[in-house]
Design a protein around this ligand. Sequence first.
Ligand code: 5GP
Length: 190
Amino acid sequence: MQLLKDKIRNEGTVIDGKILKVDSFLNHQMDIQFFNEMGKEFKKRFQDTEINKIITIEASGIGIACIVAQYFDVPVVFAKKHGGTNMSTNVYESKVYSFTKDHYYTIKIAKDYIKEEDKILIIDDFLANGNALKGLIDICNQAGAKVQGAGIVIEKGFQNGRKVIEKLGIRVESLAIIEGFEDGKVILNE
Ligand code: 5GP
């Protein structure tokens, strides 16, 4: 998606040679007009796929998942990382390794909000090693729901996330693929 590539080039910064910071439009401030363009693009790519629910992970997946959901006219369920006292105890859980924070955390979705008949589209901001997605897929499998695909805003093509997820038989659609970082610059797949 050309607009996204331009935004990554113009506004993205590289941290420690491995993390792309896109806080100006995706991960902190959110450019909603632009999110709508991404929503339309995901709808176009998955137009022939039956989807009745979008699943994502808090926090940074929620904004984009909500906008995308408007184009599919379906609800969004986000996996919680912090099950507070108001979280149901009747949950599916999965352990996820965080690439950016270098630790494990547990994600949870209440059994009320994911069912065997669900046809799921997973939406997330980044795909790196595929750990976040693997956790969400694990929860869908526990529920017996069908994962119809994964829609990713930015894929780090030099990490093995796509391979891991496609090996599970799941289609991955990314709006931009980064080939690597060089001298603090982002190299995008053209
Ligand atoms: P994975 O689980 O695929 O290894 O990593 C994906 C998750 O890590 C995403 O949900 C995202 O929050 C975070 N992440 C991985 N790489 C980056 C990056 O370069 N920039 C940002 N902002 N987040 C990243």
